[in-house]
Design a protein around this ligand. Structure first.
Ligand code: NDP
Ligand code: PMR
Length: 395
């Protein structure tokens, strides 16, 4: 296949460096400040050559004329087709661990939708994933053009879409000034919520077309966006307010960069983005579950205190956070364990219920958890949906 035809085969270079200055930060009573030079390395995009054609067996299922005399081999093919799952942000942490867990079963082909192709390739290799079980495709969720290009490239690959996992996220707890997406939305909500919102809306059709027995759309949520928990009450607390900043486009020009219209706070913006993720999952469920049979789900995978999510936090935080979660809150979970949890939400036959926010207890057994009042507010979910549609150009 001519890779040059694919939008994702073009080389794009992000230019420049950005100097992010960190504000005075205190963790457990100790106040620290420092400066971080965040260098955005050029992103090399390549497209994989191994675009396997969709097997005849997938099509054959819809073209069987004499269903009464299905041969044993047809039945076998039906049960043996590999599922195809797209995981955003699969180059590290939870996304990588999930990709690995699913690839290892031999039952899944994982599309690792990542902004840094080389990083993803190295990560997949060092995780020991074998080549026939994954494909890396470029996706930068902080650019809506990139989201659209990804959808085009994915469609050109000819693969079916059986499960979509919206996992990628950025967290900027120490940024003094807001950063922005290509379209000028505050970076955390722009990437974690709006990028995924457009991706999910565009790929809903593809999911709907899949003939896989259980089609799922998963959006990773978190405890810290839920104010009905101790973790969710650590300041700054998530709060979308009356959505005035969101309605204004989060651009810091004619509106606030924060959804509730307040002053910029990177940690709050992340938590707000997680509420949007959880509200969006429920709104998808209300609008599309009955009609499509797709399972919509969110989850809190546990506190994976060692991941790259905390890369912009101060070194003291990064050093103390894992032992704090391990020995004090006991909420710590390893990347491997969190990957197994998300992999369950992708493929476990017992987790097909839609509209659910999954969590796991101390014995690592899954249960349906309660969302906070705000993260389950039906009216707010509808408003967030409608504003998001406008911001990403769907309405
Ligand atoms: P990581 O930082 O390890 O992983 C985040 C992934 O998102 C990385 O692969 C990163 O890519 C990718 N990403 C960031 N920005 C973009 C972008 N613009 N376009 C495409 N990909 C992007 O963090 P985690 O694994 O911890 O986080 C994964 C999910 O888990 C998030 O949704 C987070 O909210 C959630 N979560 C995490 C918890 C934790 O304790 N760690 C707890 C609860 C939820 P790159 O490698 O190029 O930086
Ligand atoms: Mg929290 C049961 C208690 C619990 C749990 C499960 C978490 C998870 N945290 C808990 C409690 C506390 N935290 C307490 C008591 C404090 C005050 C010392 C505390 C502090 C704290 C900070 C400063 N915690 C944090 C931070 C972060 O910067 C992390 C964050 O909010 O990222 C958005 C974080 C987290 N605590 C968690 C989890 C899962 C996180 C991070 C990841 C996330 O929600 O995505």
């Amino acid at each position: 296949m001519a890779t040059s035809l694919l939008p994702s085969a073009v080389s794009i270079h992000k230019e420049g460096k950005s100097l992010v200055s960190l504000k005075e930060t205190s963790f457990m009573g100790i106040s620290v400040s420092e400066h971080l030079s965040a260098e955005f390395s050029p992103t090399i995009l390549r497209s994989k050559r191994e675009f396997h054609q969709r097997t005849g067996s997938i099509r054959a299922q819809t073209a069987v004329i004499t269903p009464t005399i299905k041969s044993a081999s047809q039945e076998k093919k039906k049960t043996l087709r590999k599922g195809c799952v797209v995981i955003t942000g699969a180059s590290s942490g939870l996304g990588l661990a999930t990709a690995k867990a699913l690839a290892e079963t031999g039952k899944w082909h994982v599309i690792m939708a990542c902004r840094d192709f080389l990083k993803a390739e190295r990560a997949a290799k060092s995780a020991g994933m074998s080549k026939e079980n994954y494909t890396i495709m470029h996706l930068d969720l902080s650019s809506l053009d990139s989201v659209r290009q990804f959808v085009d490239s994915f469609r050109q690959s000819g693969r079916p879409l059986d499960v979509l996992v919206n996992n990628a996220a950025v967290y900027q707890p120490t940024a003094r000034q807001p950063a922005f997406t290509a379209e000028g939305f505050e970076l955390s909500v722009g990437t974690n919520h709006l990028g995924h919102f457009l991706l999910s809306r565009l790929l809903l059709d593809d999911l709907n077309k899949s003939d896989y027995p259980s089609k799922r759309l998963i959006i990773v949520g978190s405890i810290t966006g839920n104010t009905n928990t101790l973790a969710g009450n650590v300041p700054p607390k998530a709060n979308l307010g009356d959505l005035r900043g969101f309605a204004g486009g989060l651009n810091g020009l004619n509106s606030s960069t924060m959804i509730d219209g307040g002053n910029f706070d990177g940690a709050k913006a992340y938590k707000d983005s997680k509420i949007c993720n959880m509200l969006t999952m429920q709104e998808f469920h209300r609008r599309y579950h009955e009609e499509t049979g797709i399972t919509f789900a969110s989850l809190y995978p546990g506190c994976i205190a060692t991941t790259g999510l905390f890369r912009e936090h101060i070194p003291l935080f990064r050093a103390l956070f894992p032992p704090f979660q391990k020995y004090i809150t006991k909420g710590f979970v390893s990347e491997e364990e969190s990957g197994k949890r998300l992999a369950q939400v992708v493929s476990d036959p017992s987790l097909t219920k839609s509209g659910v926010y999954w969590s796991w207890n101390k014995d690592s057994a899954s249960f349906e958890n309660q969302l906070s009042k705000e993260a389950s507010n039906v009216d707010k979910a509808r408003k967030v949906w409608e504003i998001s549609e406008k911001l990403v150009g769907l309405a």
